[in-house]
Design a binder for this molecule. Structure first.
Ligand SMILES: *Cc1c(COP(=O)(O)O)cnc(C)c1O
Length: 345
């Protein structure tokens, strides 16, 4: 089975796991007056994350969902309005911040342009006409097909936010993919957001963990929110060690994922019923299967029987994701299977 479901399927290598054995450990949930925990390996990972993102302070969380949720619940209080796009992971998949029985935040929506990045005019209009407390952006954008936010768009959103004194939270689950795809330094990308969350557990290949990075006082508050949510951890250095290994050795490997995705994309061109996007930018290809007369979950089921496992992105879209789990030889094989399936539709 060729598995293209997600970059969350990546497994830790032996070398990565070996770093656990020598990692100094402590109680990371026991915070000092400055909000820092007592696990030296977690602290080392947090410092490394600050260095890479250019932010004052960082916080380790067990998941990206908790990272985003902690960020939003630190910035906002119930019924505060949060500007977000309709297809953002934070809204579409996580939702907890916006549930009436949990976060109780109110979403105000902007849309993405056809290219897959925030419609700046809509962001400006919402900021002008509504009482927005926080702007959320996603980079790279998962359901838009792994698109990065171009520098000029980041700059314009920053300008709008500064004009109104509204902070920006970036869901950078795939921040390092955004950096590689755009050629922009991670630090530069992060400089346009007040806070950024990135996942160690996706393409970077660590088993567990996401980082929330931002200004000193914000992260000190966020550590309190994390505790309230049950995210205070003890000897978390056990998996923080893997995160350090991922950041020190595996960032550049993401390039390979992008190259394979691009190669697969080129080879898939000219399908009959399944529609490809105009171009791709990182490790994700979203297939539009509307013309097949089947739902995306039916198409995914069919193709799985033939030996290629994709995931469902929406009712009419399937998703191919490349990760370090995949090999060059899988590309031609998968393309042949998808081509013959398309021809049979
Ligand atoms: C995966 C993902 C998350 C959530 O991360 P988890 O660790 O799975 O909770 C958030 N945002 C985006 C864009 C993601 O792809």
């Amino acid at each position: 089975m060729i598995d293209f479901r997600s970059d969350t399927l990546t497994l830790p290598s032996k070398k990565m796991l070996e770093t656990i054995l020598t990692a100094p450990l402590g109680d990371s949930g026991r915070l000092d007056n400055d909000g820092r925990g007592g696990d030296p390996t977690v602290n080392q990972l947090e410092d490394l994350s600050c260095k890479l993102t250019g932010k004052d302070r960082s916080l380790l969380l067990p998941s990206g969902t908790m990272g985003n949720t902690v960020a939003l619940l630190t910035y906002c209080r119930p019924v505060d309005q949060v500007l977000i796009d309709t297809t953002q992971h934070l809204y579409k998949t996580e939702k907890v911040c916006f549930e009436s029985n949990f976060g109780q935040l109110k979403p105000v929506f902007y849309h993405l342009t056809d290219e897959g990045f925030p419609d700046v005019a809509e962001v400006a209009n919402a900021i002008e006409t509504q009482n927005i407390k926080l702007i959320c952006i996603e980079n790279t954008h998962n359901s838009a097909g792994g698109t990065f936010i171009p520098l000029d768009v980041l700059k314009e959103i920053r300008k709008i936010a500064d004009g109104a004194g509204v902070p920006i939270h970036m869901d950078g689950a795939r921040l390092f993919n955004a950096s590689i795809a755009s050629g922009l330094d991670v630090k530069e990308i992060c400089s346009y957001a007040d806070s950024v969350m990135f996942c160690l557990s996706k393409g970077l290949g660590a088993p567990i963990g996401s980082m929330l990075c931002g200004k000193h006082d914000f992260i000190v508050s966020a550590a309190k929110t994390r505790k309230l949510m049950g995210g205070g951890m003890r000897q978390a250095g056990v998996f923080a060690a893997c995160g350090i290994y991922a950041l020190e050795h595996q960032i550049q490997d993401l390039k390979k994922d992008h190259e394979r995705a691009q190669q697969c994309f080129e080879l898939l061109k000219g399908l009959k019923k399944i529609k490809l996007p105009g171009h791709i930018q990182s490790n994700i290809i979203i297939l539009d299967v509307a013309e097949s007369g089947k739902s995306a979950s039916e198409v995914v089921e069919d193709i799985k029987k033939l030996g290629v496992w994709l995931s469902v992105s929406s009712e009419s879209h399937a998703r191919i994701v490349f990760s370090r789990n995949n090999t060059d030889s899988q590309i031609a094989e998968a393309v042949e299977i998808i081509r013959s399936y398309d021809a049979s539709l």
